[in-house]
Design a protein around this ligand. Structure first.
Ligand code: GDP
Length: 296
């Protein structure tokens, strides 16, 4: 279990409430304070937190609750509903359109799970009958193209990359052009990452974006990054038009509290979660299941 994870803090606050004998205004205020602190530590914006606390207070009217009602259960449910709301940026998830090439660009730090998720997503659409292709525009990390080639071959998906060309913009452009000509419907472009956020990386992402004009930019975030989530997501969002999020490694110990910050920072919906190292280990995002795990 990751210490300091948003989910753990909220779970503890709910557990503390459950352990009190009397539920009154003070118990609710204490709970809201703890939930607010946890969200604030995860860099969820003050406005969102204030709004959430207000929504919860509006829904919990202790003086109007009949005796015998399970107040603790009701409070838990209200907190649950409001957390789900935080995961909903209010814009529909991007969907590819049939009969045209849909270009998807992946961004994220090295190790986040980009290349793995590129293959998973390509395989997901291939399994649904879409004509899919993958492009390796990561010319930074030695072995990146090999990894993509290996994954693509395993998944039976056409791919493009270059051992010689070191300019990622050229490789991305060429790959997209080739697959557009071949009539691919979904062209997924993997890009390079760095161990930390740096200007060179963001400049590269901007240039690739300008060159290939993606229909969707997917930000890949490791579920265990915790409090770094907001800043990392913001950094990518300010460089390129992030439109969706994939949260990886949800099969691990992390409860994925950073996801709320990711959504807040990018105003983009989470579309999938990665649940393992293998190609089929990709699940459509479901906010209810996610929050259950967060509080689990
Ligand atoms: P990239 O540098 O962002 O392209 O990251 P990779 O795709 O190479 O992934 C980094 C590591 O994370 C690899 O060992 C992957 O197998 C692993 N990985 C990626 N997604 C998941 C996931 O959902 N669950 C688990 N357990 N491992 C994952």
């Amino acid at each position: 279990m990751v210490l300091g994870d948003l989910g753990n803090q909220i779970s503890s606050a709910l557990a503390a409430m459950s352990n009190t004998t009397i539920i009154n205004e003070e118990t609710v205020n204490n709970l809201l304070k703890e939930v607010g602190n946890a969200l604030s530590k995860a860099d969820v914006s003050m406005n969102l937190i204030i709004q959430m606390r207000k929504n919860i207070k509006d829904k919990i009217k202790l003086d109007q609750m009949a005796a015998g009602l399970n107040k603790k259960k009701i409070i838990r449910e209200v907190v649950f509903e409001e957390l789900i709301k935080l995961l909903d940026p209010g814009v529909p998830a991007w969907k590819p359109v049939k009969g045209k090439p849909n270009v998807v660009m992946f961004v994220g730090l090295q190790g986040a799970g980009k290349t793995t998720s590129v293959t998973k997503l390509a395989f997901f659409y291939k399994s649904k009958g879409w004509n899919t292709a993958m492009v390796c525009a990561d010319t930074f990390r030695a072995g990146a193209f090999d990894q993509l080639r290996h994954n693509a071959t395993k998944a039976g998906i056409p791919y493009y990359g270059s051992e010689e060309v070191k300019d990622p913009v050229m490789v991305a452009k060429k790959g997209v052009e080739i697959f557009k000509k071949e009539g691919a419907e979904i062209i997924i472009v993997d890009t390079s990452g760095r161990h930390k956020q740096d200007n060179e990386l963001f400049e590269e992402m901007k240039q690739i974006e300008t060159s290939i004009k993606p229909d969707n930019v997917i930000f890949v975030m490791d579920s265990s990054i915790g409090q770094a989530a907001y800043e990392q997501a913001t950094a990518f969002k300010t460089s390129v038009k992030v439109g969706s999020i994939i949260i990886t490694k949800m099969d691990g110990n992390s409860k994925g509290g950073g996801a709320i910050s990711g959504v807040a920072a990018t105003k983009s919906p989470i579309i999938f979660i990665g649940t393992g190292e293998h190609i089929p280990n990709l699940e459509l995002f479901n906010a209810q299941t996610f929050v259950s795990k967060l509080l689990g």
